[in-house]
Design a protein around this ligand. Sequence first.
Ligand code: HEM
Length: 422
Amino acid sequence: MASVETERRAPFSLDSYYVSEELGFVLPDPLENLPSYYQPWMDIALRVPELVHSHDLRSHINKMPLLSTKFLQNHRELRLAHLVLSMVTMGYVWQEGENDTVEMLPRSLAVPYWEVSQRLGLPSILTHADAVLANWRKKDPEGPFDMENLELLVRLPGGDSVKGFFLVTLLVELAAVPALRSIPAVINGVKCGDTDAVTKALQNIGQSIQDMNDALKLMHVYVDPSVFYGIMRIFLSGWKDNPCMPKGLVYEGVQTEPIGFSGGSAAQSSLLHCFDELLGVKHEEKSCAFLTRMRNYMPPAHQKLIQDISLQPSLRGFVQQRANEALSKAFDDCVSKLLALRSYHINVVSRFITVPAARARQLRTNSHDSEGEMVSRAPTSLEERGTGGSGIMTFLKTVRDKTKDVLLHETSKKTVHENCHQ
Ligand code: HEM
């Protein structure tokens, strides 16, 4: 076994973290089917939107046989099983909206779901790792990764907007792959004092973060804010700190006490956690607690990568100590791109949550048009909160402002301040 000292001196690489060279954190070639023994799960999972619509999902699940998980043999089978059981669970809990939730998940769902989750090191709730990273297929296997050629494996209610929401997020993950690949070059460059290599790698990361921003813009093309707010959002909600499920959820046959899990959120994507650790962004206590909690909703190998990046020598310290103009510029450019991404994300959240929430409040009393009906049907308990349970705007702005703190030059801070507050 290699000693700690040898490991510290060895070049940093992404090899042991389940990060794909081509796809980053995205699961390569997710399976589309489980062994035939699991057909009862697949049959229900592929009909979740339809069964929720007809209010029949709960009765179908209550009749489902209790299946053993021992025939699930490899990582891809387990990931598909987790995705399928997660989608079914979200449909089961939220079938009747916020007013008629359940206190218990039935044994035939809870027991296998819990076992699969334990084997993967994931919580028993829908996560970003399920809905985005492991929920895609290409229509033409040789074709490109674009909206026309991509399809979801399992859906929630919300029609094309659900497809748009998960697949645009997938495209954001894919746009980040060059950034992810450049992280070892930064770390190794710092370790051996190679200013040029670090500069070049930071330029690549900055470019890639800009590409993430461009991909995020597609949200406005493929997702209807009223559908997102009025229909989809509740199905992403969790049962921790949620007033409509104050006690949490009992997983029957697992334990008698209820358990609380946060809802799905791209705060569970490992990307920005990696960038923050690399660039030295330190979050304020409350935001930090939320973001740290979100790491428990990521695959363990990805959590480990974030943790290991945080243990490396300080990049910002290296840049300051070198006092090299090109290097400092590359560092500040990279931070500015991350800031721009966070600012743009705040706009997206405003468009998809804050604006429809205000409209819902206004329309709840006096609307008759169908779009108004859709937003006003949205859960009131989620109005001011994210699906992960956070008070949205204050949280997102604090996180953005902490990113700004790591800029090196006052001039960069000023330019960024003006752009963020336009
Ligand atoms: C319609 C699209 C989106 C909406 C409405 C949205 C909403 C939110 C909300 C409400 C939060 C606060 C945390 C929570 O309670 O869950 C959040 C956090 C976050 N979201 Fe999104 N999001 C969207 C798309 C995305 C995409 C595509 C990404 C990129 C992968 C992303 C990345 C993040 C990150 C990293 C955080 C944590 C805060 C930070 O590090 O800045 N979001 N989002």
